[in-house]
Structure formats: C-alpha cells, structure tokens
Design a protein around this ligand. Structure first.
Ligand code: ADP
Ligand code: MG
Length: 329
C-alpha cells in the first residue's frame, strides 16, 4: 500500500482524475512516510492508524432533479452515498461533515435537507461533526465528507486470478427510477425507494471483512460493468462477468442493462478466494436478509469481459455512468 494513486478503470471522468493525480509529488511521498496507507484511487483514503476518510458531491441537475426528491430524501441520499464508500473499505463509520449551498431565496430548504442527512448518519451510527453553509447562485450543492475506522481495510487492489466475483443484494432499482423519470413518467414505489433512500451496506461489509472473505471490494455507484473495471485495474487482473447471473432488482424487470450499467445501487461488489464466499452465504442471508450472488470470476489479464452464449469471451461495454461522457443524471 502507498499514498500514490491506485489505478482507475476506463472513462472520460477517470481520464480527467488521472490528470490530477499523475504527477508524483514530494507531498505525496511525505504523506506516505507520515502514515498515509492509501491515497487517491480507492473508495476512500486510509491512514496507518486505520482512519478512513472520503468525500462525495451531490449537485441539483446533475445527480437529481428537485421534482424527484423531497428535501429530506436529498439529504438522506447524499449522506448514504458518502457512507457507502466507508462500507466499500469495511470501515466502521464515526462521523460526517456536510457542506451545503442553497439559493438565497430558499435558505430554509437547508433545514429539511440537513434533517435527512442527519437521519442517514444516525442510522449508520455516525455523528455530525461539522460542515459549511453557503448561498448558491443556482443549484443546490451538498458535499459530504465521511470519517470512519477500519482495523483491516479492504482495498480495490487485492483481487487475484482464481478469485470469484460477488455482489450483495439486487441491482438496477435506482436506475429504473431514473429511467422512469427521464421518460416523463413516475417510477413505481420500490424503484423510487431504491433511488431516494439507499442504505449503505456498512454492517454487511464489516461482517464479511471480519470473516476474511473479501480480497478486494468497492461499492457500486456507477454500475457493475464500470465499477468492476476499477477493481480489475487496481488489482492488475481481468474480470469476467457472467451477466446472466446478475441479480436484478424487481423494479428493473428484465432490463439487465439497468443492473450492469445503471449507477447508484450502493451494493457491495467484492472478490473472494475459492470457496470463501460460498461458505458464508447462508449465514449472511440469515443475518441481513439479502443475498450474496456470484456474478463472475477473476483471471490473469486486464479489463472487463463477458461470457458469450457459446462460452467465449468478449470485451464488456461499460454502459455505466460517466459525468463527462453521458448527459444528465
Ligand atoms: P467513488 O465512486 O468510490 O466515490 P470516484 O469514482 O468518485 O470514487 O473517484 C475515484 C477516485 O478518484 C477516488 O479515489 C477519489 O478520491 C479520486 N478523486 C476523484 N476526484 C478527485 C479530485 N478532484 N482530486 C483528487 N482525487 C480525486
Ligand atoms: Mg465507491
């Protein structure tokens, strides 16, 4: 582990991030010497004492539209999304800092938004530690920094050939809601809840890590196809997806593309050594009421591949969310 950047997968958003991070700096070297274990490129940064920290930005018109969410839901969702990066590291949440900007004429909007944010923090056992409040010239901005502790952080870089690839829960629910809104309709109740009230898999991640199951892990914020590419790049391996096995959220119907390319499920995606996840699967479902599903395997190589009907392999189309390749939400 080092404070230098971990490798990221494909996409214009990540090409841009790579440009910020490419230059080795004296400060990065000093940070490593001073006890930074994991720098940029993973779901969160990690210090030598197990402190885990990450930040996540939510902007009106980019991540949500006002007509989609009540103010409390907006706060909940922004905080849950940020906390999900602690889950991805198998960190126990400690606190959150929240920066919010609202239009001057609507400043009282900050109150229900922050109430929703606090509800998500409370549910995770995280205290509100501070933040910043400002006027916005237009859209609502919400930036949430999360702080946690991981005695044994699980990185994106630990996957090895021979591992299997797993996800928690069911995918595509939040994307089904967004698809319904963008088509001018209203999502059904289950899809709406998946988008508005995501629940970060914090306890689930700790449970798996305590049993030594995940060799590498991240949370699904941009879609399984794209996010598994980050895991592949960080670990220096190739991921082979068995897309037919991907567990679909009931609201996604038969839309496998929503599960593979749709973002914001905030489920966990992890790799495990041979037999390790199978051995805990039933106990996991008994404890948390959600499934662990194998969705692929890890091989030597690079990139994300999918199995074809005739048993061959073809490169996977990412189809995931990229702020600089796709329009809108
Ligand atoms: P996640 O979806 O897990 O929140 P992102 O895809 O947003 O992660 O970011 C990928 C990685 O790039 C993370 O490690 C993040 O900290 C880093 N990163 C993103 N934007 C910046 C930036 N402006 N400066 C430094 N690091 C960044
Ligand atoms: Mg993440």
């Amino acid at each position: 582990v080092a404070a230098g950047p971990s490798r990221l997968g494909e996409g214009a958003e990540f090409d841009l991030i790579r440009r910020f991070l490419a230059e080795p700096s004296d400060a990065a070297a000093a940070a490593t010497a001073g006890g930074v274990l994991v720098g940029p490129g993973d779901d969160a940064a990690v210090l030598a004492d197990g402190t885990v920290v990450s930040t996540d930005l939510t902007i009106e018109g980019v991540h949500f539209r006002r007509s989609w969410l009540a103010p409390e839901e907006l706060g909940w969702r922004a905080c849950a999304a940020a906390l999900s990066d602690l889950a991805a590291m198998a960190a126990r949440p400690l606190g959150v800092l929240a920066s919010i900007a609202v239009p001057a004429g609507e400043r009282t909007l900050a109150v229900p938004i922050m109430a929703g944010l606090r509800a998500a923090a409370d549910a995770a056992g995280a205290a509100l530690l501070g933040g910043d409040t400002s006027r916005s010239p237009g859209p609502i901005f919400l930036d949430v920094t999360v702080l946690g502790h991981a005695p044994r952080p699980v990185l994106r870089s630990g996957a090895r050939p021979g591992d299997t690839l797993w996800v928690t829960g069911r995918l595509g629910g939040a994307a089904a809601a967004v698809a319904a809104w963008l088509a001018g309709g209203e999502p059904d109740a289950e899809a709406r809840v998946a988008f508005a009230r995501p629940v970060p898999r914090l306890r689930e991640a700790l449970w798996l890590a305590e049993r030594g199951v995940p060799t590498a892990m991240l949370d699904l914020s941009d879609g399984l196809a794209g996010d598994s590419g980050h895991l592949a790049a960080a670990s220096g391996v190739r991921v082979v997806l068995d897309s037919g096995r991907v567990p679909l959220h009931p609201a996604a119907g038969k839309r496998r593309d929503l599960a593979l390319g749709g973002g914001e499920d905030y489920e966990l995606c992890f790799t495990a050594g041979p037999g390790a996840a199978e051995a805990v699967r039933a106990a996991f479902t008994a404890a948390y009421g959600i499934e662990l599903t194998q969705v692929g395997r890890v091989e030597a190589g690079s990139g994300v591949w999918r199995m074809t009907a005739d048993g061959g392999l073809e490169p996977m189309d990412r189809g995931g969310h990229d702020h600089f390749e796709s329009e809108g939400e």
